[in-house]
Ligand binder design. Structure first.
Ligand code: 0A1
Ligand code: ZN
Length: 867
């Protein structure tokens, strides 16, 4: 039986890093026997348990939301008096120092809407155990520092579940007399329970192989539902590239005979790195040119790589406790970012990663959930799979590489992998490895792991006697529980350019103080400073460079990030005052328009970069930079600027659009993708002119498109415009694609982010569309989640958007608390908004806080937001 919540509102006790204690018992071996059944599943877990410290203390196992059937030690069934059980644990009072424990449990996977533990997706069985889902399968020491060797036996109906998968290598299989069959899997690598997985169901697969540098042939399989099986090729190609890259760049090889990936439609996150059996949100596996955009293809390549790279950074070397989550996540994100940079355009990849960091991590770091990369406390671990752990964690690794150099970094990671292989370790162990392999002192650098908040760097420059002086101050705002900050050590990559564009110096400055000055002499002309090259540290830069200096960088800098950033800063000089004053400064506008014109008419060497350069700062970045956020004003001003640029530069936009051609053959090579990107950026502007001729052009592109990239771009441009046939277009798209859930996700999202007022009734209506399901996390994210990012429509001045959000969260609280908690987090920075938004959000958060039966996930977010 599934237990229901015991208290009206669940408040988890806060867990502190300082209270960490080694486990008193270890479980070196476990055998799991699953009798999988639609109605109820029986699990027999046989564990070898050994005391590792203490004496005479009881054995306390984690366990929740399942029914205990029986318990035996060394073959003898325990009586009720010999153990205690509550909603979260099982305590066996007297245990020997070494023994075999057999636990039988009964699970109801078909009722599991939380998608944690054993659940069903499209009728197939699958598991999600990170972070604490294994305790919903059996009673266990469900903590990452308890590593076990697993043998797993699965039995299921031969028709319903022809495929039976678990971790490691397959060892045996057979038929029973009763229409069931079985398979046994053995994983020789000791692993924590969060890496356990099983999949059982009716699935097809594609297969391939990879030969490792040592000559081992590995079988590669990707499983999906039969109707999706022809969409797995890109994922397979990405997997093989990832395997080669990890050998070439980190010297890491795969270590089992088989690598299985399974695509499921119902998944809380992107994917999961279970040893030898990755389970993926189908969004990050399935693609063909009709259904997936170029961005989707890139997303698949990077998530496939991310999960593969975890085999070393996470699985072979794992985390001691969940405070160390960034040990595996920050490092693995850094690894996947560099992989993607090597596979495509390094500059564009860096720009996108910085955009994402600014949109999500900077926001988080400035809100009530701000926490260090290595947090020192949490209530609900599921709430700590954050942008700070992942993205800022990756930036911290990147800075270490900058400080010790590429070769020194490789020496450090070699030492780390060799020294800690098979162990559960800490971020401290990683930093020590980098230090020891390089003879460098990272004492001050470690503050990046313990201090939260986004530092600001203030740069002042003076030029006299052929000498440029840069005075740099750093500061970091107070964050919850951390009033005062010490200065960080950080690499600041810079270059000096002459006004002619010639680079005269390139250097990495290392900041360590609150204020430091750097002098550069022998400069006959005042140079232009290319600052924070490659975004070498995750900081906010306050540096007043003149329009001319910015334009020099736009034209000449050989660092793609700085070139793009200079253009963004030029645009910010227009947009930020306009948002504040409600009107556009003509001189500032002309500067931006002229810069756009120059970009559009100059010979273009890099179309992908040009497409990025031609985009105004995102609305979310404008919000991030605002003192008191005026969401509607941001949206309206940004739209006005887009429309003016579109009208003033209609002809050059059209020329560039036409140069890209319409029906080039579908190809995923960099050149074709860059051309599509530029074409669709210019199309967006053309449609924004509001001219019927461009509506016709976009409509033609929509109908003639041979890729989803072109089709969706045209669709979006029209749906976000005043196109008179908007609704017919929306209906047409629906009729074409209603049977493809991943395409429907796009259809929902593009409508939900349309910059128009009075959208809420449409959103409510879309929720009753037959292809929408509130039980499916992708649908929730693409409709409700996307709507919350709509600065115009979500932030209605009567608060209806916020009320709608809280209604959805209340509904989701019982269905899937993890998803509910993520959704409500979007307004936990309510204090940063101007009135009336701030008060209206607060009212709705208070309404939510007063609900009975809130899950601990939601409670933590709401209570911290209102504190
Ligand atoms: N470790 C996975 C992400 C993940 C985390 C938690 C999950 O359930 C709560 C599921 C997946 C990764 O980094 O890819
Ligand atoms: Zn990960």
């Amino acid at each position: 039986m599934l237990e229901t919540d015991v208290s009206p509102t669940n408040i988890n006790p806060t867990i502190y890093l300082k209270d960490y204690q080694k486990p008193e018992f270890l479980i070196p071996e476990v055998m799991l026997d699953f009798a999988l059944n639609q109605a109820s599943t029986l699990v027999v877990a046989t564990m070898q348990v050994k005391r590792s410290s203490g004496s005479g203390t009881p054995l306390v196992l984690h366990g929740e939301k399942m029914q205990l059937v029986s318990l035996a030690i060394n073959g003898k069934t325990l009586s009720d008096a010999e153990y205690q059980i509550d909603a979260e644990s099982l305590t066996i009072l007297n245990v020997p120092d070494a023994f075999e424990l057999e636990v039988q449990t009964e699970l109801l996977p078909h009722l599991n809407t939380e998608l944690s533990g054993l659940y069903q997706s499209s009728g197939n069985f699958c598991t999600q155990c990170e972070a604490e889902g294994f305790r919903r399968i059996t009673y266990f020491l469900d903590r990452p520092d308890v590593l076990s060797v697993y043998r797993v036996r699965l039995t299921a109906d031969v028709v319903d579940c022809p495929v039976l998968l678990s971790n490691g290598n397959p060892v045996a299989s057979g038929r029973n007399d009763d229409n069931t069959h079985w398979a046994e899997w053995f994983d020789p690598h000791p692993k924590p329970s969060y890496l356990f997985a099983l999949v059982a169901g009716n699935l097809e697969h594609v297969t391939d192989h990879f030969t490792t540098a040592s000559g081992n042939k590995v079988e590669l399989n990707i499983y999906a539902q039969q109707h999706n099986i022809e969409k797995c090729d890109h994922a397979m190609a990405s997997l093989k590239k990832s395997m080669r890259w990890d050998e070439d760049v980190y010297g890491r090889e795969y270590d089992l005979d088989i690598y299985n990936i399974v695509a499921v439609d119902d998944f809380n996150m992107g994917a999961m790195e279970n040893k030898g059996l990755n389970v993926f949100n189908s969004k990050y596996v399935l693609a063909n040119q009709d259904t997936a955009t170029d961005l989707d293809y890139e997303g698949i390549e990077s998530v496939i790589a991310h999960e593969y790279f975890h085999n070393w950074s996470g699985n072979r070397v794992t985390c001691r406790d969940w405070f160390q989550l960034s040990l595996k996540e920050g490092f693995t994100v850094f690894r996947d970012q560099e992989f993607s940079a090597d596979m495509g355009s390094r500059a564009v990849k860096r720009i996108r990663d910085v955009q994402s960091l600014r949109a999500f991590q900077f926001k988080e770091d400035a809100g009530p959930m701000a926490h260090p990369v290595r947090p020192d406390s949490y209530q609900e671990i599921n709430n700590f799979y954050t942008s700070t752990i992942y993205q800022k964690g990756a930036e911290v690794i990147r800075m270490m590489r900058e400080l010790v150099g590429v070769e020194g970094f490789r020496r450090g990671t070699d030492l780390y992998f060799d020294r800690f292989d098979g162990q559960a370790v800490t971020t401290e162990d990683f930093v020590t490895s980098i230090e020891q392999a390089n003879d460098i002192d990272l004492a001050q650098f470690r503050l990046w792991y313990t201090q939260s908040g986004t530092p600001s760097i203030r740069v002042q420059q003076s030029y006299t006697d052929q000498t440029l002086t840069l005075t740099i101050q750093q500061s970091c705002p107070a964050t919850p529980g951390q009033d005062r900050k010490r200065p960080f050590q950080m690499p600041l990559c810079i270059a000096l350019l002459l006004p002619s564009g010639e680079k005269v110096l390139q250097q990495t400055l290392v900041l360590t103080e609150d204020e430091q000055s750097f002098e550069f002499s022998g400069l006959p002309e005042q140079p232009v400073v290319s600052m924070l090259r490659g975004f070498s540290a995750p900081v906010k830069l306050e540096y007043n460079q003149s329009d001319d200096e910015l334009l020099t960088l736009v034209s000449f800098d050989d660092d793609g990030f700085v070139r793009w950033e200079a253009m963004q800063r030029l645009c910010l000089k227009l947009l930020l005052p306009a948002v504040e004053n409600g009107s556009i400064n003509e001189a500032a506008y002309s500067r931006v328009r002229d810069a756009f014109l120059k970009l559009l008419t100059e010979p273009c060497h890099d179309k992908a970069m040009l497409a990025e350069m031609l985009s105004l700062p995102t609305a979310s970045y404008l919000a991030e930079l605002s003192e008191a956020i005026e969401p509607r004003q941001i949206s309206l001003i940004r739209q006005q600027c887009v429309q003016r640029l579109a009208k003033d530069l209609e002809s050059p936009f059209h020329t560039v659009y036409a140069q890209q051609g319409q029906n080039t053959d579908f190809s995923l090579d960099a050149e074709s993708m860059a051309s599509r990107s530029l074409k669709n950026r210019t199309l967006m502007y053309l449609v924004a002119t509001g001219q019927p001729a461009y509506y016709a052009l976009a409509s033609h592109q929509y109908h003639a498109a041979n890729t989803m990239t072109d089709r969706l771009s045209a669709f979006t441009a029209l749906v976000h415009s005043s196109y008179p046939d908007r609704q017919a277009l929306i209906d047409h798209f629906y009729q074409q694609w209603k049977d493809d859930p991943l395409v429907m996700d796009k259809w929902f999202a593009m409508q939900a982010i349309a910059p128009r007022d009075n959208l809420l009734p449409d959103i409510e209506q879309l929720m009753s569309n037959p292809t929408f399901s509130i039980n499916n996390p992708n649908k929730v994210r693409s409709l409700i989640g996307a709507f919350t990012s709509n600065l115009l429509a979500f932030h209605q001045q009567d608060g209806a958007g916020y009320k709608f959000l809280v209604d959805c969260v209340i509904q989701l609280n019982t269905i899937n608390p993890q998803v509910a908690a993520r959704l409500i987090s979007t307004i936990n920075n309510w204090r940063r908004y101007a009135q009336p938004y701030q008060s209206l959000m607060c009212t709705q958060l208070e309404r939510l806080a007063n609900e009975n039966g809130l899950a601990s996930d939601v409670t933590e977010i709401v209570s911290k937001a209102l504190k």
